[in-house]
Design a binder for this molecule. Structure first.
Ligand code: ADP
Length: 491
């Protein structure tokens, strides 16, 4: 099958979160299964044109009542091979994408022209196929920035080379929907009746994701548990009714992880690789981690790690909220160490640095640091993810692979990938709680620390179980391929 992934992010070119990892890893896995895969994304300022190959000629994209001209570049997706190639196409337009930031900057988190930038990008996807005379069986869109791809396909583009093309929309995070003033609607070059028919209308605003959900031939999100949660009022971000309406076409497919990059047996960013049979490398990583964060070097003190965007979604309010967050009290009252790497909301960045200066067993680093994130996964005993919601979550899977036991809230993909500890039988792979409250986090951290000091064998068994679990993309890619096949069989 020919599949074109339309995404605003793909590693290593542009990344703000798990979406970027998922798009590239899924593409590589599908290519290995023998499918013909290409990715199309905007050429953001950070992607160096000199490393790409330019396609000859300019490309006109119909928007509004005119046309916007752009260039197209391409390169091979790193990790792909001549036998299983994945080509990445870049839509290059100086005014829309030649700036710092993917969706915004710290001072302007959501660029004012985002509806136009991503409407242009989504329309350009069709022009690209025409330009290279390559018409996919499946157009696979990801999240709100490319959610107009299924809309354009359904309302106007399903003709010529696209006559039999089907669309899939994957929701990586329902919290971001792309809601903008409907004044932007004429830029989409769609008649106004489609504004209502495709379900753009959202309290007199224009909702990209809602229209995408209504228009895609099949939908999925990135874990079975999150698929169920999003159909409820509590987690549906006001789109639960639309998702319930489409529930016959809506699946939950768990993301995998890149097991070449995240594998303690071959990880060159940690002091010494390790595996289930010889865990000495993990002890060395712990020492290096304590050194890196300036904590006392003690092999027998439980070390909790965390790597996170510092946003409400990740439960940072309940953890670090000044005066009520639980981190201060569990660091104060328990014999443990806690390290965190993250960036995000300013109040939280300030708070973790302030806690760092006040607590001898807590250390924080603000920023984004890929190699340090590997050391945290390898060197920690526990990994904390008290997420409010988590569509899939990658860090708990990295943790399990590195023999680091997750302490997580039972939500979304966390509920699908972590099995709660049973202290009577010793079964499980991590520690779970249900309420998102400072006391639930405090108590569950306490439970994990208790097990560390009093149930050594259970901890070791849980580590082994986690490290032996297969989180590779192979299985998920097979499920995606089956979904595509069910669609192409429809005509
Ligand atoms: P989300 O996509 O909601 O941020 P995920 O767990 O799905 O959460 O994916 C986050 C990815 O980004 C992981 O690979 C994680 O390690 C990485 N990450 C997040 N913050 C940082 C950081 N400050 N430094 C390095 N990696 C980070």
């Amino acid at each position: 099958m020919k599949i074109l992934m339309a995404s605003s992010e793909a590693v290593p070119f542009a990344k703000t979160g798990g979406l970027a990892d998922a798009v590239s890893a899924l593409s590589l896995s599908l290519a290995k299964l023998g499918h013909e895969i290409a990715v199309v994304m905007p050429r953001f300022y950070s992607v160096d044109r000199l490393r790409l190959n330019r396609l000859e000629g300019a490309m006109g994209v119909p928007v509004g009542d005119g046309e916007v001209w752009c260039a197209v570049y391409k390169t091979a997706l790193p990790g792909s091979t001549a036998k299983n190639p994945v080509t990445v196409y870049f839509i290059d337009h100086e005014i829309f994408f030649g700036r710092e930031g993917i969706y915004g900057t710290p001072s302007e988190p959501d660029f004012l022209d985002n509806p136009r930038r991503f409407a242009f990008f989504s329309r350009a996807v069709f022009q690209l196929c025409r330009k290279i005379s390559w018409y996919p069986d499946i157009l696979h869109a990801h999240d709100w920035p490319s959610a107009l791809v299924p809309v354009f396909l359904k309302y106007g583009e399903r003709r010529g080379g696209f006559a039999h093309t089907k669309s899939v929309l994957t929701i990586h995070n329902l919290g971001y929907q792309g809601i903008y003033s409907k004044d932007n609607f004429p830029f989409l070059s769609l008649p106004w009746n489609i504004f209502y028919e495709a379900g753009f209308e959202d309290w007199n605003m224009m909702n990209f994701l809602k229209a995408g959900i209504n228009s895609a031939d099949k939908l999925n999100t990135v874990s079975p548990h999150y698929a169920e949660e999003t159909k409820t009022q509590a987690h549906g971000f006001r789109l639960d009714t639309v998702l319930r309406y489409r529930s016959g076409d809506y699946l939950g497919i768990l993301n995998g992880i890149d097991t070449d990059l995240w594998n303690p047996a071959h990880d060159l960013t940690i002091p010494k690789p390790y595996d289930v049979k010889d865990m000495s490398g993990k002890a060395q990583a712990k020492e290096a981690l304590q050194k890196e964060f300036g904590l006392p070097i003690e092999p027998n003190i439980p070390l909790i790690g965390m790597i996170s965007r510092l946003t409400e979604q990740k439960g940072v309010g309940e953890l670090f909220g000044p005066g009520y967050g639980s981190a201060y009290s569990f660091c104060k009252n328990m014999k443990l160490q806690f390290v965190i790497l993250g960036s995000g909301e300013t109040w939280c960045e300030h708070e973790i640095m302030s806690l760092s200066s006040r607590l001898p067993n807590f250390a924080a680093k603000v920023g984004y640091n890929e190699s340090l994130s590997h050391l945290i996964e390898a060197g920690s005993d526990f990994f904390l993810m008290p997420s409010r919601y988590e569509p899939c979550g990658l860090n708990q899977m990295y943790s399990l692979t590195y023999g680091t036991l997750p302490i997580v809230r039972r939500t979304g993909g966390l509920a699908d990938t972590v099995e709660n500890y049973n202290q009577d039988t010793g079964s499980g792979t991590g520690f779970m709680f249900d309420d998102l409250s400072p006391s639930a986090i405090y108590n569950t951290v306490g439970w994990a620390i208790w097990a560390y000091y009093n149930r050594k064998q259970h901890i070791e068994d849980m580590q082994t179980r986690g490290m032996k679990t297969d989180f590779s993309w192979k299985k998920s890619a097979g499920t995606y391929a089956a979904m595509y096949e069910s669609l192409t069989k429809e005509h």
